[in-house]
Design a protein around this ligand. Structure first.
Ligand SMILES: Nc1ncnc2c1ncn2[C@@H]1O[C@H](COP(=O)(O)OP(=O)(O)OP(=O)(O)O)[C@@H](O)[C@H]1O
Length: 127
């Protein structure tokens, strides 16, 4: 039982590694994730803010991984042009877009005011 669980975990990690190798978008997310975590520590965001950032980052990674899986399955099932294959890929890409926009919103709300204050001229009450 435990051995099967560990094997499943290994398969999942292999999937993430394969997607990282094949998908340039995922490598971009990896870099963005490192930057966001670094910024979080630098700006000292709160525990709840960390939770929101983790949810946003995890949602984008999940959507991108599912999109990669759907792309691979679509190419397997329908290597030739088919409107349904196109729709499946477009909808999967739409899921990534929605997750990325939500993450952008979370990022702007949490980091925006702090970065704004850091960049603003000292003593200016507008900042
Ligand atoms: N078999 C197909 N039949 C019909 N349309 C397709 C097919 N394959 C791809 N398309 C269309 O081309 C678009 C791009 O597909 P593609 O497989 O190149 O994904 P992609 O843009 O490379 O995705 P990513 O950038 O995440 O790798 C799809 O969103 C879809 O609209």
């Amino acid at each position: 039982m435990l051995r099967r669980r560990i094997a499943s975990f290994g398969h999942a990690l292999r999937g993430v590694a394969a997607a990282l190798r094949s998908e340039v978008h995922l490598r971009f997310h990896a870099v963005a994730t490192v930057v966001v975590i670094g910024l979080g520590f630098y700006l000292g965001i709160s525990r709840v803010e960390w939770a929101l950032v983790a949810l946003a980052v995890g949602t984008v990674w999940s959507a991108e991984l599912l999109n990669t899986a759907i792309e691979a399955l679509t190419d397997l099932v329908s290597p030739e042009y088919h409107p349904l294959a196109g729709r499946a890929k477009d909808v999967a890409a739409g899921a990534v877009l929605v997750a990325a926009l939500a993450a952008l919103g979370v990022g702007l709300l949490i980091f925006g005011p702090r970065v704004w204050a850091l960049l603003g001229p000292a003593g200016n009450p507008a900042f």
